[in-house]
Ligand binder design. Structure first.
Ligand SMILES: C[S@@+](CC[C@H](N)C(=O)[O-])C[C@H]1O[C@@H](n2cnc3c(N)ncnc32)[C@H](O)[C@@H]1O
Length: 241
């Protein structure tokens, strides 16, 4: 249940949001109204997640057990940090459970990512830039990750095909990153926007991973083209594939 202070804060912010609605464009009004009604937004406030996307990763991880204590995880497009919050808890990178091995979480974003216990953030870094890959090699224990997560998304231009192509191109660079840092047997979870180019990404992933699934978690909005590829059992090119 929500605490009284939280309810007051939420009701206060809801009523001030309602007041602000009048000065907004119709599209902004629709967005604000949807936020106010969304159960995942409410739950993320209650559970102190930085945003509702935490529930997508929680749902996927509950089903597929990607994140285990002691694992090293790279979170691409990490701001504001909700996926990293989930990863820190699941791989025990803040050392909260002294009985379990302690993992590592490294988040990267073009934007600033507010600090989080148990995570190392590379704010203002581009995941597609090879110099970022080199920094990751230094930061990861043994230069290797068990899991690469990517919830990256470019700023939407409003041109659906162009945005989709841009995101697929960004996701394709994740296979270069995997070649540098992902352990054989490791996993990659990446968001894409569905469209004709998605097949190209799926083929590329299938060429280096043992299995590739398409996921649409319940927390992902039904009217969004967003989906996730979950690629498992990485085979490093040239190493017994
Ligand atoms: C949907 S948000 C991620 C939300 C995050 N998973 C969370 O739970 O807090 C997408 C992020 O991708 C980042 N992004 C887009 N292109 C990027 C790039 N080339 N390198 C790093 N981050 C990028 C954006 O700045 C944005 O913060």
């Amino acid at each position: 249940m929500w605490s009284v202070s939280f309810q007051r804060r939420f009701l206060h912010s809801s009523s001030s949001l309602m007041k602000k609605l009048k000065s907004k464009s119709p599209a902004e009004q629709r967005w604000l109204q949807r936020q106010l009604k969304d159960p995942y937004v409410k739950a993320s406030h209650r559970l102190n997640f930085r945003c509702r996307s935490a529930f997508k990763l929680l749902e996927i991880d509950d089903k597929f057990r990607l994140l285990r204590p002691g694992y090293s995880v790279v979170d691409c497009g990490a701001a504001p940090g909700a996926w990293s919050q989930v990863a820190v808890e699941r791989v025990n990178s803040a050392g909260e459970d002294p009985e379990s091995p302690q993992g590592t979480v490294i988040g990267i974003d073009l934007l600033n990512i507010p600090p989080l216990d148990g995570a190392h953030f590379l704010s203002c870094h581009d995941v597609t830039d090879p110099t970022t890959h080199a920094k990751l090699l230094d930061l990861l224990p043994g230069g290797q990750a068990h899991v690469i997560l990517s919830d990256m998304a470019p700023n939407a231009s409003g041109f659906r095909d162009m945005d989709q192509e841009k995101l697929i191109t960004m996701c394709l660079t994740l296979t270069d990153l995997a070649e540098r840092i992902l352990k054989p047997g490791g996993s990659l979870l990446c968001k894409y926007w569905d469209g004709i180019l998605a097949n190209k990404l799926q083929e590329r992933l299938s060429s280096v991973f043992g299995s590739v699934r398409i996921l649409k978690p319940n927390a992902s909005r039904k009217d969004s083209a967003e989906k996730y590829f979950l690629a498992r059992v990485y085979r490093k090119p040239g190493k017994g594939s």
